[in-house]
Design a protein around this ligand. Structure first.
Ligand code: LLP
Length: 386
């Protein structure tokens, strides 16, 4: 089964571009709302890094999510889209002073701090402004995730977070400081995780750490478990809405949340992944020695995930129902890795056909580059093409 696209409207647009089906996005957000409303102390933040298209951000904000930002630019984008500053968290292993100042100026909810040197800088910058910044410590839980090595973040060998051994020390340091207030712990083990066992392992680790802290009479109000829920890249239509019920239930069943605590989530891919497709046109069909190539006008500059992570995106010829043939689907960039898929079965392709690369709503448009002096792809939502 193919996705449904307004092809007559596409003909007026310059390809390649991103197309966001807002019905899928709204259904996804409503799925999240339904599940989260079952718990009175869960708070979901959208990880802006997945997609910061203003039209997409506006819909997410309307649905009541907070924002998880990793740069000053993302904080600005979130505020501009109307996310309340009091629901913005700011993570990142290397926050620059100007970025910290933006967070302080907007009075964001919390800085997720990744080292003592960073804590010192936040304390100093907050003192200059006569403010007290809320901080949570990102603890590296040394929990592996069954996902691609480039997107697992919670192992001791990764650059992220503060080691569990240093946790007590860092909390002591923070409690001596006047311009930061220690309010919580933050974790994130990786992305595109479909095995709930990985989240169970994180819950178990957090339970251990909480017991240790309570033994020291340290109570924390906020636990943030990051994001990471994966999507079904192979079947974008069959499972357009990720299984949020299973995801939130896993935390409900395995994390020993205290009655006074709020549990925060930072979901990116699972919110926007399935609503987006990269739409491209076939430039040429070229016969190779043993294969044929469908050469698209979209390349790795528009969607880098296949080249960078060997990621799979379902490819469809959305203009044709002609019999299937097999193609290597490639882009126009002067790099051998500019390949979207090898030996892909597509309805017979001809010059000018529209090709959709599915499940590209997350880490697609936002990771586009202008390498080869190419123009960045535009993003359209279905509502504006209706
Ligand atoms: N919180 C933190 C601290 C993160 O580092 C990330 C993603 C998220 C939340 C959101 O994770 P999600 O729910 O989207 O899995 N560019 C890669 C993914 C990089 C993920 C980086 N961190 C890709 O295209 O697969």
């Amino acid at each position: 089964m193919k996705g449904i696209f307004p092809i007559n409207k596409f003909s007026e647009l310059r390809t390649p571009f991103y197309y966001y089906d807002t019905q899928v996005l709204r259904d996804t957000l409503s799925g999240i709302r339904t599940e989260v409303s079952k718990y009175d102390n869960y708070s979901v933040h959208y990880a802006v890094k997945a997609n910061a298209n203003p039209k997409v951000l506006a819909i997410i904000r309307e649905n009541g999510l907070g924002a998880d930002c990793v740069s000053g630019g993302e904080i600005r984008a979130a505020v501009k889209a109307g996310f309340p500053a009091g629901r913005i968290v700011f993570a990142g292993v290397g926050k620059a002073d100007w970025e910290i100042n933006i967070g302080l100026d907007y009075n964001i909810f919390c800085f997720n701090v990744e080292s003592v040197p960073e804590l010192e800088v936040i304390n100093e910058l907050a003192a200059v402004k006569g403010k007290v910044a809320n901080v949570a410590f990102r603890i590296n839980p040394n929990v592996g995730a069954h996902t691609h090595a480039n997107i697992t973040t919670g192992l001791a060998e990764n650059k992220f977070g503060i080691s569990m051994q240093d946790m007590d020390y860092v909390i002591d340091v923070a409690q001596e400081m006047k311009n930061v207030k220690f309010i919580g712990l933050h974790f994130h083990i990786g992305s595109q995780i479909l095995d709930m066992g990985d989240f169970v392992a994180l819950c178990n680790r957090i339970n251990e750490l909480q017991d240790k802290l309570e033994a020291r009479r340290i109570c924390i109000e906020h636990i943030n478990v990051g994001g990471g829920l994966g999507i079904d890249y192979a079947h974008p239509n069959r499972q357009a809405i990720p299984d949020f019920k299973k995801y939130f239930t896993t935390y409900d069943e395995h994390l020993k949340l205290r009655s006074y605590q709020t549990l925060h989530f930072e979901l990116g891919r699972s919110v926007v992944g399935q609503c987006g497709s990269l739409i491209s046109r076939v430039l040429y069909v070229k016969q190779g020695t043993n294969k044929q190539f469908a050469i698209l006008d979209a390349g790795m500059t528009d969607l880098i995930r296949p080249a960078l992570y060997q990621a799979f995106h379902k490819i469809e010829n959305i203009t044709s129902d002609a019999p299937m043939q097999t193609y290597d689907v490639v882009g126009p960039i002067c790099e051998s890795s500019d390949v979207f898929g090898k030996a892909i079965d597509l309805n017979t392709v001809k010059r000018g056909d529209f090709i959709a690369l599915r499940s590209a709503g997350a880490y697609g448009e936002i990771m586009a580059s202008s390498y080869n002096c190419r123009e960045l792809p535009q993003g359209y939502i279905s509502e504006e093409l209706a």
